[in-house]
Design a protein around this ligand. Structure first.
Ligand code: ATP
Ligand code: MG
Length: 581
């Protein structure tokens, strides 16, 4: 059965049972600032589940587009997607357990509808605990329909309960329906842990109100809220072992596998899923950014890009995105309406990330190699996030591939600090250079010391620092010298700096009283006022300089030094711009 037919049948079935059909709501919840995305069909219905009368009546059904970012780590398996469609039917104070379960069962097994084999069905029910009784009502209904005892499993609140955790309000048990997707015949006894049993549908029964005292009082208006995964059910109906093989996703993934030079199922699935999710978020007119929805979107696009690189895909995402837009436009016209926005934003983000990814990955690899330890510091993780746009999850994933751990707590602390600073509007004060402790600037700061000394060796001891400016991208160093530097001199300077980098020299500093510090012969400005105590930074025996830091720990962290430009600033002062690659 085609996915489109499944959608049609579902709506037809529930319409024949007196349900009004509602259109899909936006992926961005309209009146709920507590969540970023619509995660289930019930989301837009919350006010009505809480008792406001719905204009369409007490029975409604819909096909709702959903985003579930918490499932991102599971994408790559057979059944979890970050974007999926949910088929749902609701009773707003109308029918309850018996009718709901009977309708679910009829739709699943009737030859007129899905005609699934009863012998391959299994269900879970709520096991009960000290606060709420076991859901024997649902059990009885299933038994009456012919589901054997061995195919009914009882699970605690963690699995079979719906309600805002720890909060007050409507809540209740649910019953989940599973279908056997294994090649062999299903075992007699159902075990929800066996991945060959795939959860396809969930009927939630809102029957209690949790009071602030933690009591569960029966609700006056009892509701039913159900959700069936479209892609999962399609896979079952089409006899496929994963959602990616259905008529919905197959055209996308097969195009991706045609474009890959190093085929890998997990990466192909991740690109398929994330790109589809990104297209749908973009269709809501949300551009990639570093906050909220835009950040989730950026994370999805960047993760897709990283995996497309692992696959050796060279084409831009534009062609694939067009494929997705065309495939879904009939059902979701917002896709074709916003097609140019979607494609433009996607390609802008691709371009941004291409540059950042190359630099960031090199930094990561270097750190991973130098560290040799097991934990990548929160500072590095934060820097990759801040300067190179690496989402935390991506660094985690890179680390996992290299069997390293990351200091996530450290990262979170820095992120918090950073957010507080931004909140105070203090960015200006801290962007002056020295307070910027990101790895990118620390590396360039250390490179500046090496350059300073190299200039003195190649050009002569008359060279003095006249100015320095570092951004996370490049260094700029002004120094006294009359003539333009020759190609040969520049090459010499470059290779002297690179020689020191390749020697992996440790950077150390000493805190010394000013007069003692002067005696070390460390470079400093003669006409500048210094405090009574200063820091002298040494790079082995090569360079010694007064400086407040911060620097990297070892020159090996610098990578390759390259001079971009040499020019005059004013008479007797030259300027070098250089980068680390
Ligand atoms: P699972 O335990 O498999 O993650 P769930 O219990 O989180 O599923 P529900 O919240 O009950 O799922 O959602 C209702 C239905 O939506 C599920 O029965 C399933 O068919 C579908 N569904 C849930 N999460 C996903 C997902 N990440 N990708 C595709 N379909 C999903
Ligand atoms: Mg889940």
């Amino acid at each position: 059965m085609k996915t489109r037919d499944l959608q049609k049948l579902y709506l037809e079935f529930f319409s024949s049972k007196g349900h009004a059909i509602l259109p899909s709501s936006s992926l961005i919840p309209e009146n709920d600032p507590t969540v970023l995305f619509t995660t289930a069909g019930m989301h837009p219905l919350v006010p009505f589940l809480l008792g406001n009368p719905h204009p369409a009546g007490k029975r409604v059904a819909s096909i709702q587009k959903c985003i579930r970012t918490p499932d991102i780590e599971e994408v790559g398996d057979e059944v979890h997607l970050t974007f999926f469609e949910m088929l749902g039917n609701w009773s707003l104070g109308d029918y309850f357990k018996e009718d709901a379960i009977k309708m679910s069962y009829e739709f699943l097994t009737s030859k007129k509808y899905l005609g699934l084999a009863k012998e391959k069905l299994a269900v879970t029910c709520f096991a009960g605990d000290k606060d709420c009784p076991k859901d024997t009502e649902s059990e009885k209904i299933w038994l009456s329909l012919g589901i054997p005892k061995e195919r009914i499993a009882f699970l605690p609140k963690a699995d079979n309960w719906w309600g805002p955790a720890g909060l007050t309000g409507p809540c209740g048990p649910d019953t989940e329906m599973f279908y056997w997707a294994g090649k062999e015949q299903p075992p007699k006894k159902f075990s929800p842990k066996d991945k060959q049993w795939v959860e396809i549908w969930n009927d939630v029964f809102m029957q209690y109100n949790k009071t602030p005292e933690g009591k569960y009082i029966p609700l006056k208006q009892k509701n039913v809220d159900t959700g069936m995964g479209l892609e999962r059910t399609s896979a079952i109906l089409q006899g496929k072992s994963s959602v990616y093989e259905t008529d919905l996703l197959q055209p996308i993934i097969s195009r991706i596998s045609q474009l890959s030079k190093n085929p890998n199922t997990t990466s192909e699935r991740i690109v398929t899923d994330h790109l589809r999710a990104a297209v749908f978020i973009l269709a809501e007119n949300i551009p990639p950014s570093n906050v909220e929805h835009g950040y989730v979107l950026r994370k999805l696009i960047r993760r897709a890009l990283r995996h497309s690189r692992l696959l050796g895909m060279e084409e831009s995402f534009s062609q694939l995105a067009t494929l997705i837009i065309n495939q879904y436009s009939q059902q979701y016209p917002e896709l074709s309406k916003n097609k140019s926005f979607i494609l433009e934003e996607l390609s802008k983000e691709e371009e941004k990330f291409r540059t950042a990814l190359e630099k960031g990955t090199r930094i990561f690899e270097r750190e991973a190699q130098i560290l040799k330890g097991k934990i990548i510091s929160g500072k590095i993780v934060f820097d990759l996030y801040q300067s190179y746009g690496f989402p935390l999850e991506m660094t985690k994933e890179l680390a996992r591939e290299k069997k390293l751990k990351i200091d996530e707590q450290g990262f979170n602390d820095l992120l918090k600090q950073h957010q507080e600073l931004s909140k105070k509007g203090a960015e200006k004060k801290f962007s002056s250079g020295l307070a910027d402790q990101s790895l990118a600037t620390r590396r360039l700061h250390t490179a500046t010391h090496l350059l300073h000394q190299a200039l003195r060796i190649v050009l002569g001891a008359h060279v003095q620092q006249k100015g320095s400016n570092i951004t996370s991208e490049r260094l700029r160093f002004d120094f006294s010298n009359n003539e333009k530097l020759s190609e040969k001199q520049l090459k010499k300077i470059e290779s002297l700096v690179n020689k020191n980098i390749s020697q992996a020299i440790e950077i150390t500093y000493k805190e010394l009283p000013l007069d003692q510090a002067r005696k070390t012969g460390a470079l400093h400005f003669f006409d500048q006022k210094y405090p009574e105590k200063v820091r002298v930074y040494s790079i082995g025996s090569f360079s010694k300089e007064f400086c407040t830091g911060p620097h990297v720990e070892n020159t090996a962290q610098l990578g390759k030094f390259r001079i971009l430009k040499e020019e005059a600033v004013s008479s007797g002062v030259r300027r070098i711009k250089a980068v680390l690659e």
